[in-house]
Every structure is written in structure tokens, then in C-alpha cells.
Design a protein around this ligand. Structure first.
Ligand code: HEC
Ligand code: HEC
Ligand code: HEC
Ligand code: HEC
Ligand code: HEC
Ligand code: HEC
Ligand code: HEC
Ligand code: HEC
Ligand code: HEC
Ligand code: HEC
Length: 295
């Protein structure tokens, strides 16, 4: 194996060198390998939903039954409020079961006993962490595809630190049953605005941009252009930076601008129009106006 003229002991030397190298290699590589190893993160203690749908049948039986409720409540308006549409029981949130959200004591038709430990609003700042936030802890504050800015971040912070902003139900209703205030814009706008006005929310919050995210690159008030709370396409601009006369007055904004942005245009005719004739120069406005090329 070795060249024949090498003394025999060189093999010992080589072996020794290899051994030292192996030890050294190990010493160096070990920490590197350690550093590169994926480290298991300690499992966080997951909050758990106290799932109790199976204990909810007695609550459902009474609260979906007018005859039964009437034995306890005379006031028709209140009865209407307490009655739950059986169809709601099988909605996404309804399936969680009354006791999961409202607690109380299941499996009894004794009203007083059933309501022991009842939580009237499972979505207020003291309770939401045990119910809504378990599933919705990552709810987005900005919902760009709907151009909506919500106060979710502030609400979640309040819930985590124990101070009140709004209960989820202030805007979303009881979710599992009953009305959904966010369903129509008319109701909704009045609804948000009334409370904002009542609670003296700073006036800039009452502007469109308090709740809406613009898709545009321009920081003008939305009210400057938008004239409707039903549709975004009802727009009018009192003053345009360059006068839109002649044929230009008939155009839609984004015939010239690059949707949805407004910035970065120049009012130089040749930026948008090509000269079909060889005479003249790029200075079209010397001879033409927006009234028509032939004028
Ligand atoms: C036998 C009928 C009956 C049963 C069973 C029953 N309830 Fe009620 N519930 C009522 C009546 C009646 C009221 C109105 C009580 C009042 O305001 O005096 C009521 C009120 C409530 C309210 C509103 C409380 C408030 O302060 O606004 C909630 C929430 C509620 N029930 C949830 C439950 C849950 C959860 C269960 C099951 C654990 C349950 N109920 C079982 C009859 C019943
Ligand atoms: C996903 C959680 C959830 C589930 C499940 C749920 N509720 Fe509610 N419930 C709420 C919230 C939130 C409110 C709103 C409280 C408010 O606006 O003050 C509410 C309100 C109520 C009210 C008072 C209504 C009012 O307008 O004041 C009653 C009664 C009630 N729930 C009964 C029930 C019963 C009975 C069930 C089972 C069939 C049930 N809930 C299931 C979350 C839930
Ligand atoms: C067990 C998990 C769970 C809990 C607890 C829960 N949700 Fe939900 N929630 C969901 C799921 C899943 C959806 C998506 C439903 C869908 O797309 O149909 C949803 C959707 C929603 C939506 C959007 C609905 C829509 O129509 O766009 C709102 C608002 C909401 N939840 C509020 C709440 C509130 C308030 C509570 C507490 C009272 C709550 N949720 C408790 C699972 C949960
Ligand atoms: C001040 C009003 C307000 C309050 C309070 C509020 N939300 Fe919302 N939420 C909104 C608005 C506005 C939207 C967007 C409207 C839409 O999707 O139609 C929304 C959307 C949502 C959605 C759908 C989000 C998505 O990504 O599509 C969920 C889930 C939700 N909210 C959960 C909650 C929960 C849970 C709470 C309580 C911790 C809460 N919200 C409190 C106003 C509110
Ligand atoms: C129950 C009363 C109430 C209702 C209903 C309500 N708000 Fe508010 N809202 C407030 C209060 C109080 C503040 C806090 C103002 C502050 O401290 O600046 C607020 C703040 C906000 C903020 C600013 C949050 C931030 O940190 O940027 C937005 C956005 C908002 N609300 C949107 C809505 C929308 C959308 C609705 C209707 C779906 C609505 N609000 C309904 C009371 C309400
Ligand atoms: C307090 C909050 C708030 C204010 C202020 C507000 N809006 Fe809204 N607006 C909403 C919410 C919430 C929706 C419902 C979004 C949805 O359907 O998901 C909405 C919906 C709309 C829609 C319908 C959007 C669609 O896709 O159907 C238009 C248009 C609109 N708003 C325009 C405006 C204009 C213009 C202003 C100012 C004059 C304004 N809004 C002020 C909260 C507000
Ligand atoms: C300089 C005028 C102008 C201003 C300021 C303005 N917009 Fe617009 N916006 C428009 C025009 C024009 C359209 C296109 C209308 C159409 O569909 O014909 C539009 C469309 C939209 C659309 C629909 C976008 C789509 O993809 O369908 C939304 C949402 C919108 N604007 C929100 C806002 C909000 C929120 C603000 C304020 C923060 C705002 N805009 C400010 C002119 C403006
Ligand atoms: C004939 C093409 C044309 C049409 C149609 C048009 N614009 Fe313009 N717009 C321009 C040009 C060119 C400029 C740049 C003017 C300048 O600063 O020299 C401009 C500038 C603007 C600016 C200022 C942008 C900035 O950088 O500050 C706004 C806002 C604007 N337009 C909104 C609108 C709206 C809203 C409409 C629809 C009502 C509209 N434009 C229709 C050509 C047009
Ligand atoms: C930002 C782009 C833009 C600028 C800058 C611009 N235009 Fe236009 N112009 C248009 C668009 C878009 C139309 C409608 C589409 C078309 O007919 O070419 C139009 C239409 C016209 C028309 C009517 C064409 C016809 O067939 O009826 C005339 C004339 C015109 N422009 C003249 C001018 C003159 C003159 C200038 C310089 C002062 C100018 N334009 C600057 C975008 C622009
Ligand atoms: C020196 C003057 C002059 C200049 C500069 C000039 N034009 Fe013209 N242009 C004319 C005359 C003259 C006509 C013929 C009008 C007629 O047929 O009645 C014309 C015709 C046109 C026509 C209409 C052709 C047809 O048959 O309908 C267009 C389009 C046009 N010009 C575009 C432009 C553009 C774009 C520019 C700038 C890049 C420009 N012109 C610069 C003088 C000029």
C-alpha cells in the first residue's frame, strides 16, 4: 500500500494524524451541527374551548319554543329577543352549542338552575378571550379586498389586557343566532356612526377614511371624489389639476389614469397621442385643442 521506500512507522504516524484530525473535525463540527439543527419550540399551553354542545339540548328546547318561553315572559318584545330560530342551531357558530358560549348549567328544564353561571354576552371584553378569540385571535384589522379598516387590533389588545373597547357583538351581533348588523350598509353606516358620535370618537374617524382603505396612491379625502356610500363608482371631481375640456370631459377618470392610481401623469399631448402626419412637431397644442383634431 505504501511506497516501498517509506519506513514502516510512517503508517503509525499517518494513523495518528488521521485520529487527531477526526477528533478535531468532530470538535469543530459538533457545535456547527448543533447550531444548524432545527430546534423544537416548546409547545405553548394552548387555550382550550370548553366545548359543550352535547349539554345544550335543554337550552335549545326551551329557547326555540314560544309556548315554553311564554310561561316565564309576558312581554312580547322580550320574547322575540329570547326566541332562537331553530335553523340557527346548525349554523357555523350555532353548532358550538349554547353552553359552549354562554355556559350556565345544561341538561335541565329548571330555568334558575339552567342559568346558574350564565354569561349573557360571551363576546364582551371579559369573556371573548375564552370563546371568540380562541378561534379568531388572528383576525385581520385591515381587510383590503373589502377596502375596510376595522378596530380589531384595538379590541383584541383590550381583551388581552382586560379593558373594554367594544364587544364583538356590538358590530357582529350574537353571530350564532339573530340579526347581523353588518349585513346592510345603510343600517351599518348609521350603526357605526351613531356610536362614534355618541362616544365622541375623534371627527377624522367619522370621515370615510376612518373606516375605509383607499386603493389609490393619493391622500385626498375620499369625499372629494366619492359621492355614494352604496357604490364606489359614483365619482365626481370638482376641480381637476388640468382642465378637462372638449373630448377629455367625456372620458372616465381611468381612461387616462392607470387604475387605481392618479399620480405620475403629465399633460403633454404627445404622451398620450400620436401624430399621424409628418409635418409639424411634438408640440401638438400649437395647432390642436381637445375640441377635435380637425379644428
Ligand atoms: C325552561 C326554559 C329555559 C331554559 C331551559 C333555559 N333558558 Fe335561558 N332564558 C329563559 C328565560 C325565560 C329567559 C329570560 C329570563 C329573564 O330575563 O327573566 C332566559 C334568558 C337567557 C339569556 C339572556 C340573559 C340576559 O341577561 O340577557 C341567555 C343568554 C340564556 N337564557 C341562555 C340560556 C342557556 C345557555 C341555557 C342552557 C344552559 C338556557 N338559557 C336554558 C328560559 C330558559
Ligand atoms: C358563538 C357563541 C354563541 C352561541 C353558540 C350562542 N350564543 Fe347566544 N349570544 C351570543 C352573543 C355574542 C350574544 C350577544 C349578547 C349581546 O349582544 O348582548 C348572545 C345573546 C343571547 C341572548 C340574548 C339576546 C339578546 O338580544 O339580548 C340569548 C337569549 C341567547 N344568546 C341564548 C342562546 C341560546 C339559547 C343558545 C343556544 C341555542 C345560544 N345563545 C348560542 C353568543 C352565542
Ligand atoms: C370554534 C371556533 C370558533 C369560535 C369559538 C368562534 N368562531 Fe367565528 N368563525 C369561525 C369559523 C370557522 C368562521 C368561518 C365561517 C364561514 O366561513 O362560514 C367564523 C366566522 C366568523 C365571522 C365572519 C362571518 C362572516 O359572515 O363573514 C365573524 C364576524 C365571527 N366568526 C365572529 C365570532 C365571534 C364574535 C365569536 C364569539 C362569540 C366567534 N366568532 C366564535 C369559528 C369560530
Ligand atoms: C367596531 C366594529 C367591530 C367590532 C367591535 C368587531 N368587528 Fe369584526 N369586523 C368588523 C368589520 C367592519 C368587518 C369587515 C366587514 C365585512 O367583512 O363585511 C369585520 C370582519 C370580521 C371577521 C371576518 C374577517 C376576515 O378576515 O374576513 C371576523 C372573523 C371578525 N370580524 C371577528 C371579530 C371578533 C372575534 C371580534 C371581537 C373580538 C370582532 N370582530 C369585533 C367590525 C367589527
Ligand atoms: C358601541 C360603540 C361603537 C360602535 C357600534 C362602533 N364603534 Fe368604532 N369605535 C368606538 C370607540 C369608543 C372607538 C375608540 C375611539 C378612539 O379611542 O380613538 C372606536 C374606534 C374605531 C376605529 C379606530 C380604531 C383604531 O384603532 O384605528 C375604527 C376603524 C372603528 N371604530 C370602526 C367602526 C366600524 C366600522 C363600526 C361599525 C361596524 C364601528 N366602529 C362601530 C365605538 C364604537
Ligand atoms: C364608521 C365606519 C364607516 C365610515 C365612516 C364609512 N363607511 Fe363605508 N362602509 C363601512 C362598512 C363597515 C362597510 C361594509 C363593508 C362590507 O360590506 O364588507 C361600508 C361599505 C361602503 C360601500 C359599499 C362597498 C361595497 O363594496 O359594497 C361604499 C361605497 C362606502 N362604504 C362608501 C363610503 C363613503 C364614501 C364614506 C364617506 C362618506 C364611508 N363609506 C364612510 C364603514 C364605514
Ligand atoms: C381623486 C379622486 C378620488 C379620491 C380622492 C378617492 N377615490 Fe376612490 N375612486 C376614484 C375613482 C375615479 C374610482 C373608479 C370609479 C369607477 O369604478 O368608475 C375609484 C374607485 C374606488 C374603489 C373601487 C376600486 C375597485 O377596484 O373597484 C374604492 C374601494 C375606492 N375608490 C376607495 C376610496 C377611498 C377609501 C378613498 C379615500 C381614502 C378614495 N377612494 C379616494 C376616485 C377617487
Ligand atoms: C384626459 C386625461 C385625463 C382624465 C380623463 C382625467 N385625468 Fe386626472 N390627470 C390627468 C393628467 C395629465 C394629470 C397630471 C396633471 C399635471 O399635474 O400636470 C392629472 C392629474 C390628476 C390628479 C392629481 C395627481 C397628483 O399627482 O397630484 C388627480 C387627483 C386626478 N387627476 C384625478 C382625476 C379624476 C378623479 C378624474 C375623473 C373625474 C380624472 N383625473 C380624469 C389626466 C386626466
Ligand atoms: C393623459 C393622457 C392624455 C393627454 C396628456 C392628452 N390626451 Fe387627448 N385624449 C386622451 C384620451 C384617453 C382620449 C380618448 C381616446 C381617444 O380618442 O384617443 C383623448 C381624446 C382626445 C381628442 C378627441 C379625439 C377624437 O377622436 O375625438 C382630442 C382632440 C385630444 N384628445 C386632444 C388632446 C390635446 C390637444 C392634448 C394636449 C393639450 C391632449 N389631448 C392630451 C388622453 C390624453
Ligand atoms: C403645425 C401644426 C400641427 C402640429 C404641431 C400638429 N398637428 Fe396634427 N394636424 C395639423 C393639421 C393642419 C391637421 C389637418 C386637419 C384637417 O385635416 O382638417 C392635423 C391633423 C391631425 C389629426 C387628424 C388626422 C385625421 O385625418 O383625422 C391628428 C390625430 C393629429 N393631427 C394629431 C396630432 C398630434 C398627436 C400632434 C402632436 C404630437 C400633432 N397632431 C401636431 C396640424 C398640426
Amino acid at each position: 500500500m505504501l511506497p516501498s521506500h517509506w519506513p514502516k512507522w510512517t503508517i503509525i504516524l499517518i494513523a495518528l494524524a488521521l485520529a487527531v484530525f477526526a477528533v478535531f473535525f468532530g470538535l469543530v463540527l459538533e457545535p456547527v451541527a448543533q447550531a444548524m439543527m432545527p430546534r423544537p419550540t416548546p409547545t405553548p399551553i394552548l387555550p382550550m374551548l370548553h366545548y359543550a354542545a352535547p349539554q345544550s339540548w335543554d337550552c335549545i328546547f326551551c329557547h326555540t319554543n314560544y309556548e315554553k318561553l311564554r310561561q316565564f315572559v309576558a312581554d312580547e318584545a322580550k320574547l322575540e329577543r329570547l326566541w332562537i330560530d331553530p335553523a340557527d342551531i346548525y349554523s357555523t357558530h350555532g353548532r358550538l352549542g349554547c353552553v359552549t358560549c354562554h355556559r350556565g348549567t345544561g341538561n335541565t328544564q329548571d330555568v334558575a338552575l339552567a342559568h346558574q353561571g350564565l354569561v349573557p354576552n360571551p363576546s364582551d371584553y371579559r369573556e371573548a378571550a375564552k370563546v371568540c378569540v380562541i378561534c379568531h385571535g388572528n383576525v385581520r384589522t385591515d381587510i383590503p379586498e373589502k377596502h375596510i379598516h376595522t378596530p380589531h387590533e384595538r379590541i383584541l389588545k383590550g381583551i388581552r389586557e382586560g379593558w373594554e373597547v367594544c364587544a364583538c357583538s356590538n358590530c357582529h351581533g350574537p353571530v350564532a343566532h339573530g340579526e347581523k348588523p353588518l349585513a346592510s350598509h345603510e343600517g351599518l353606516a348609521a350603526y357605526c356612526m351613531d356610536c362614534h358620535q355618541a362616544k365622541n370618537v375623534p371627527p377624522e374617524r367619522l370621515k370615510c377614511s376612518g373606516c375605509h382603505i383607499a386603493p389609490h396612491d393619493i391622500a385626498l379625502d375620499c369625499e372629494t371624489c366619492h359621492r355614494s356610500t352604496r357604490t364606489w363608482s359614483n365619482v365626481r371631481l370638482a376641480v381637476h389639476p388640468v382642465e378637462l375640456t372638449g373630448a377629455h370631459a367625456q372620458l372616465a377618470c381611468f381612461d387616462c389614469h392607470k387604475k387605481p392610481n392618479f399620480r405620475g401623469l403629465r399633460y403633454v399631448c404627445s404622451d398620450c397621442h400620436q401624430r399621424p402626419h409628418t409635418f409639424g412637431d411634438e408640440n401638438c397644442e400649437r395647432c390642436h385643442t381637445s375640441e377635435g383634431w380637425r379644428k
